[in-house]
Design a protein. Sequence first.
Length: 356
Amino acid sequence: MRIILIALLLAANAMMPAAAATYPPPHGGTYVIPSFAFEDGETMTNLRLHYETFGTPRVDASGRTTNAVLIIHGTGGSAWQFINDRFAGVLFVPGGILDANKYFIILPDEIGHGESSKPSDGLRARFPHYGYHDMVRATHELLVDGLHVNHLRLVMGTSMGGMQTWMWGEMYPTMMDALVPLASLPIQISGRNRIWRKMIADLITSSPDYDGGNYTSEPYGMKGAADLIWMVGSAPLYDQSIMPTQQAADAYYDSTVAPLAKRFDANDLLYQIDASSDYDPQPLLGSIVAPLLAINSADDQINPPELGILQREIKKVPHGRYVLLPITAQTRGHGTHTLPAVWGAYLAAFMKQTER
């Protein structure tokens, strides 16, 4: 069955690990590509790719890696968005769906993010302009040449990472056993999704103090940009439940939303937003041979289900199907992608279905 429309959500505690269970500490590392050629012809020497791993790789008699899992973060994120009780504490614990004692879990910082090479390291607006194709190719090189991983049990990603998961299925179709893109659509960035990205770029670059990327303090427009990021990623039902009065909403804005701008560097954010410009997996969806399970939530304002895009495009994927999570008190809009307590049962079933 290609399409799975979920009418009832499993109880959140059904996917929670035992109280005593904990995930092991990650092991970090950095792989350096001596000379990396970007799609637009630019090159960069010593491109740095940071990563965190859990577990130990295993290979079969033919030398094929059998237990590697690649998990890709979202725009502006890093490997550390997964290393917490909400995500690792559900998936990576003993007996968890992605038990770190069983799987070799790889969490890369994509180009322009985390501890990998990015504009704020010093090049600022002179940093090469990268796209999603560059990011996928660089991570592939990290896996194959840096970590000596030649096959993946699973590729999974959230938001930007979800979009890149579709791309992994097209660019390296025989490298993985399964694909799970979360909070994404398999078409080029368009409609409102494109507009709010353009708004963010305009807020930053039109600020007089942006100075072509040579600002001495974060540009004035960063405040509006951060507010907009919060808005598109928010969840109306949940937000109303925690802000039922005007006073509560004002207090939440002052304590939680207003400080968000301090988390971003303007040049880094501009590059991260612009990187999606080359994303368009739609024409090649039929070339994805690995089983694919797309998971979206109905309260995702970035990928709203009423557009009917995922429902239409998934039919082009030979072994593709999708889950649409209904709006509940447990979902968090676009951010539901990092709450496996909500969707973990579907991942568990999919992992079992795709066992070799």
